[in-house]
Ligand binder design. Structure first.
Ligand code: SF4
Length: 424
């Protein structure tokens, strides 16, 4: 059973009288367990829907949906599948106490992998999940492989029952499922020869594995630092060199590079980022792979920006972008005439080793903006807040913006804000 959270006005659902709180029970006699059932079973133009209305009445609707007309049902959020692993580098272990409860949930959910590109390990699948992945053709899925050697993978996941990943991917591939993979690199565990074997095994799966990202493990002051560590410059260089060898091989044989290092890998290795064309369609940009080049492309694609001579604009970000951002800001200065100031923030919630802008707490931004009435505008990274507009430490963006001595905006690619920031 799933429940309606909201109904779009003037939609089919509104015409039928479905209201928030309505329980959606069955479609064409198939029981509804979650949003996937709902989306796939209602994809036809005609179907029978059995629902229990908030007043308790059970109604069967014979629905005919004109092509393209949305049903207009928003569902209550699904119950997230919990993770059965205990990786030494788990982000949840790296959180300080006292943050909002949802941050401490270890999710490992193939449904969110399909829908949002979250990485899953596929270690908690039940026979029914496997059947659904195949029946609904949930492809591509994003899979945390880490190592193809089953013993090493079980050690990384701290899960002795984790199934072997290569047979698992191969079995799904028989049903047409494809994968984006990631390898989170733990020095001394899955780098060197282990990484080479993992890349070789994944490469041999040919079109089954669409892309692979190699990402250095990121830890905080609260992580299990006695169990694992971040790779150093030489280790990142070695991994980047291996990525390049496999990428060149794939390019020669298949016409695309297939494997990429994350931006963090190059930063830690003290190597320049590859050019934009290296990343193909930027399929793992959300995973920090080519995200800087992607940002540059989006700025370029936005076309002409408004002239902003004399304006002083602060760009607040984490240390990871500090080395890369000046070039982006030079481009913006040339395009607008504004003066951009890069404000690099240290993460006082997780510790200085956490340099990603998206993980900066609201209080760090608030502090950085104190007394900054010399700025005409301050741009904050849009991915530092969740869908409710809250930073990781629950500071609401709206509250922060109201209390700031200057105009503050969230921005994904600068162009999204600069075009209208100074309109009346
Ligand atoms: S798979 Fe590992 S890193 Fe991911 S949630 Fe589970 S324990 Fe944490």
């Amino acid at each position: 059973m799933i429940r309606v959270a909201a109904v779009t006005p003037d939609s089919i659902a509104a015409d039928l009288g479905l209201a928030p709180g309505t329980e959606l029970l069955r479609v064409n006699d198939r029981e509804l367990g979650d949003f996937l059932d709902w989306e796939f079973l209602t994809a036809d133009e005609e179907f029978l829907l059995l629902a229990r209305l908030p007043d308790g009445g059970v109604v069967e609707y014979d629905i005919e949906r004109p092509e393209g007309r949305p049903l207009g049902v928003q569902l209550e959020p699904p119950r997230i599948r919990r993770c059965g692993n205990r990786c030494d580098f788990c982000f949840v272990d790296g959180l300080p106490e006292g943050l909002r409860e949802t941050l401490y949930v270890r999710d490992d959910d193939y449904r969110l992998s399909f829908r949002y590109g979250n990485f899953a390990t596929l270690t908690n699948l039940k026979p029914r999940d496997i059947q659904r992945i195949l029946e609904y053709r949930l492809s591509p899925l994003y899979v945390s492989v880490h190592a193809t050697d089953p013993v090493i993978r079980r050690r990384i996941l701290r899960n002795p029952r984790a199934p072997e990943i290569i047979p698992q991917l191969t079995e799904f591939a028989g049903g047409g499922i494809r994968f984006h993979a990631q390898i989170v690199l733990q020095p001394g565990v899955n780098d060197g020869a282990v990484l080479e074997k993992s890349l070789e095994d994944l490469y041999r799966l040919e079109e089954i594995v669409l892309t692979v990202a190699v990402v250095p493990v990121g830890l905080t002051n609260f992580s299990k630092l006695d169990m694992t560590r971040e790779p150093g410059e030489a280790e990142c260089r070695a991994a980047a060199a291996m990525v390049h060898r496999f990428a060149e091989r794939a390019l020669a044989a298949r016409g695309q590079r297939w494997v990429h290092g994350s931006d963090e890998l190059y930063l830690n290795a003290n190597l320049p980022l590859p050019p934009a064309e290296w990343y193909g369609d930027f399929e793992q940009a959300e995973n920090g792979v080519g995200s800087v080049r992607y940002l540059e492309q989006r700025i370029a694609a936005a076309g002409a920006l408004p002239p902003l001579p004399g304006r002083k604009i602060g760009v607040l970000t984490g240390a990871a972008m500090a080395r890369l951002m000046p070039k982006v800001l030079q481009t913006l200065t040339a395009a607008t005439g504004a003066k951009f100031e890069l404000v690099v923030l240290e993460n006082d919630l997780f510790g200085p080793s956490v340099t990603t802008a998206a993980l900066l707490p609201g209080r760090a931004f608030r502090r950085a903006l104190e007394g900054r009435d010399d700025l005409d505008l301050a741009l904050l990274p849009a991915d530092a807040v969740n869908d409710d507009g809250l930073f990781l430490d629950d500071v609401p963006f709206d509250q922060l913006a109201q209390g700031a001595p200057t105009r503050v905006r969230l921005s994904s690619d600068f162009a999204d804000v600069l075009a209208k920031a100074f309109e009346a």
